[in-house]
Ligand binder design. Structure first.
Ligand SMILES: Nc1ncnc2c1ncn2[C@@H]1O[C@H](COP(=O)(O)OP(=O)(O)OP(=O)(O)O)[C@@H](O)[C@H]1O
Ligand SMILES: [Mg+2]
Length: 275
C-alpha cells in the first residue's frame, strides 16, 4: 500500500457553497504533511472529511487501503485516526489529567458489567491508562499543570492539552488543525518541536493545517495547497512556495501568513481577488 491516507476526488458542498472541488492527495506512512491555503480555502473541511465529521458530496477516502468514506467519526478513531480542533474542544471545568483521560475513551474496553465482574482486570486496565497518560504528560511537559482546571490555563497551554488529548487515543494518523494559531513565537517553537517529536519518536503520521509558513517550511516533508476549495499545488515545501500559483493565491493574504513577505510582490487587498 503506497499511502496511509488517500483522498480521492473529494468534493463537498454546503447548499450553494463549494467548500471542496475534486481534491486528491495521498499521505505516506510516517510523513509530516501540511495543508496550507488562504482563509476559507477548505482546509478544515478536508480534515473534517478525513475525521468523518463531514461526509463528502462526492469522492472517496481510503485509510490503509480501506474505504472509510461512509464511516462515522467514532468508527474512525479505533482505526487509529485522531485529531485536534481549530477551536479548542476541551472540557473547561475538568482537570488537565481528566481531559487527557477522556481522549482514551474508545480504548476503555471494560464496560460497567465486565468491570464489576473482573474488577482486577479493570483495575489493571485503569493503571495502564494512567501510565499512558503520564507518558504523554511527560512528553508535552504538562507536569506542573496536571491538576489545573483546563479553562484556567493560558491559550498556548490549552492548545498543548488539546494535543495531549488527541495523542491519548494513540493514533497512527493525527490531524492537527492550526496547532500554533494564536501562539507567541516561543510557544510556536515549542509546539513545532512537539509535533516533530511525535512524528519521529512516537511514529505518528501527521496531517497539519498551519498558516505560519516558516513552521510549514521547517518541519513538513510535503505540502498541499488549497485555494477556493481546489488543490493548486502539492510537493516539497520549497518547491510549493516557489510555485507562481501559490504565490498568487497568497497575494490577498496578510503579511504574517508568509515567512518572508518582502520576497513577494506588493499585496493588493483581499477584496481585489476575483472569486
Ligand atoms: N458547516 C458549514 N456550513 C456551511 N459552510 C461551511 C461549513 N464549513 C465550511 N463552510 C464553508 O466552506 C468553505 C471552506 O471553509 P473551511 O473552514 O474549510 O476553510 P479553511 O481553509 O479551514 O479556512 P480558515 O483558514 O479560515 O480556517 C468556506 O466558504 C466556509 O464558509
Ligand atoms: Mg480552518
Amino acid at each position: 500500500m503506497e499511502y496511509a491516507l488517500e483522498v480521492r476526488n473529494v468534493s463537498l458542498r454546503f447548499g450553494g457553497v463549494r467548500a471542496l472541488s475534486e481534491v486528491s492527495f495521498g499521505v505516506k506512512d510516517g510523513e509530516l504533511f501540511s495543508i496550507i491555503g488562504p482563509n476559507g480555502a477548505g482546509k478544515t473541511s478536508i480534515v473534517n472529511c478525513i475525521s468523518g465529521r463531514y461526509r463528502p458530496t462526492e469522492g472517496q477516502l481510503f485509510y490503509r487501503g480501506r474505504d472509510i468514506t461512509a464511516l462515522k467519526p467514532n468508527a474512525r478513531a479505533p482505526l487509529g485516526i485522531g485529531r485536534t480542533f481549530q477551536n479548542l474542544a476541551l472540557f473547561h471545568h475538568m482537570s488537565v489529567l481528566d481531559n487527557i483521560m477522556v481522549g482514551r475513551h474508545h480504548l476503555l474496553k471494560n464496560n460497567f458489567l465486565t468491570g464489576a465482574l473482573y474488577w482486577l482486570g479493570a483495575r489493571r486496565e485503569e493503571l495502564e491508562h494512567r501510565r499512558k497518560v503520564e507518558e504523554i504528560i511527560d512528553f508535552l511537559d504538562l507536569q506542573s499543570v496536571r491538576k489545573a482546571t483546563a479553562g484556567t490555563l493560558s491559550y498556548g497551554l490549552r492548545k498543548r492539552v488539546e494535543l495531549a488529548r488527541a495523542m491519548a487515543l494513540e493514533p497512527q494518523l493525527i490531524l492537527l488543525d492550526e496547532p500554533m494559531a494564536g501562539m507567541n513565537f516561543e510557544e510556536k517553537e515549542d509546539m513545532a518541536r512537539y509535533i516533530v517529536d511525535l512524528n519521529e519518536e512516537f511514529g505518528m503520521t501527521v496531517v497539519m493545517i498551519e498558516h505560519d509558513m516558516g513552521v510549514v517550511m521547517d518541519i513538513s516533508n510535503r505540502v498541499v495547497v488549497l485555494d477556493f476549495g481546489r488543490k493548486i499545488a502539492e510537493g516539497e515545501p520549497a518547491a510549493v512556495l516557489a510555485d507562481p500559483h501559490v504565490r498568487r493565491a497568497y497575494l490577498g493574504e496578510e503579511d504574517e501568513a508568509l515567512s518572508d513577505p518582502d520576497d513577494l510582490p506588493s499585496h493588493p487587498p483581499a477584496a481585489e481577488r476575483v472569486a
